[in-house]
Design a protein around this ligand. Structure first.
Ligand code: HEM
Length: 155
C-alpha cells in the first residue's frame, strides 16, 4: 500500500483552506505580528493592505497544498530561489526570527483548534520551520547592513 501524502492526511484543499483562513485572520489580530506589531511593515500591511488578504489566503493555501504533496503547483508572484522559495515575497517586511516564531505558534494554535492530529501538526510546523531562513532573510540582511554602517572605523 502506498503511503498517504500529508496533503491527503490533512483532508485536501478544502481542509487546508479552512485552516489557512482561520490562521490568517488570527495573524491580523496577533499582538506581535498583526495590526499592533512593533514591526512597522507588518503593522502597515495588516492595517492598510487588507484588500490583499483574500489573495494572501489563496497563495498560502496553494503553497501548503504544494509542499504537502497535493496535486497543485504553487507559482510565486515574487519568485524566490526555489519554486516554493519565500525570500523575495517577505524581504521588505523585515520579519525577525522572533516574529516568525510567533506566527508558527499561531499556526500551532490553529491546528489545535481544528483538532489536527499530532503527527500531521508536527509535519506542517516542520514544513514552515524549513523556510524560516528565507522568510527572515530581509531582516537578517538589514541587520548586517546596519552593523556595517555602525562599525567604528579602524585606523
Ligand atoms: C514558512 C512560513 C511562511 C509561509 C509558508 C508564507 C507564505 C506566504 C506566501 C505563499 C505569500 C505570497 C507570496 C506571493 O505573493 O508570491 C506570502 C506573502 C506574505 N506573507 Fe508570508 N509566509 C510565511 C511566513 C510569514 C510570516 C512569519 C509573516 C508575518 C506576519 C508573513 C506575512 C506575509 C505577508 C504580509 C505577505 C503579503 C505580501 C504581499 O502583500 O504581497 N509571512 N507568504
Amino acid at each position: 500500500m502506498t503511503e498517504r501524502t500529508l496533503y491527503e492526511r490533512l483532508g485536501g484543499a478544502f481542509a487546508i483552506a479552512a485552516v489557512v483562513d482561520h490562521f490568517s485572520d488570527a495573524i491580523v489580530k496577533n499582538p506581535i505580528v498583526g495590526q499592533k506589531s512593533e514591526n512597522p511593515a507588518l503593522r502597515e500591511w495588516h492595517t492598510s493592505n487588507l484588500d490583499r488578504l483574500p489573495g494572501l489566503k489563496f497563495m498560502r493555501t496553494l503553497w501548503v497544498c504544494d509542499v504537502s504533496g497535493g496535486p497543485f503547483q504553487y507559482t510565486a508572484t515574487k519568485p524566490g530561489s526555489t519554486p516554493v522559495g519565500l525570500e523575495a515575497a517577505h524581504r521588505d517586511l523585515k520579519i525577525s526570527p522572533a516574529q516568525f516564531d510567533e506566527v508558527a505558534a499561531e499556526l500551532g494554535r490553529t491546528l489545535d483548534a481544528f483538532k489536527v492530529p499530532g503527527p500531521e501538526k508536527g509535519e506542517v510546523l516542520a514544513a514552515f520551520a524549513a523556510h524560516k531562513g528565507e522568510v527572515t532573510a530581509g531582516y537578517v540582511a538589514a541587520r548586517a547592513t546596519a552593523r556595517e554602517i555602525l562599525r567604528p572605523a579602524v585606523i
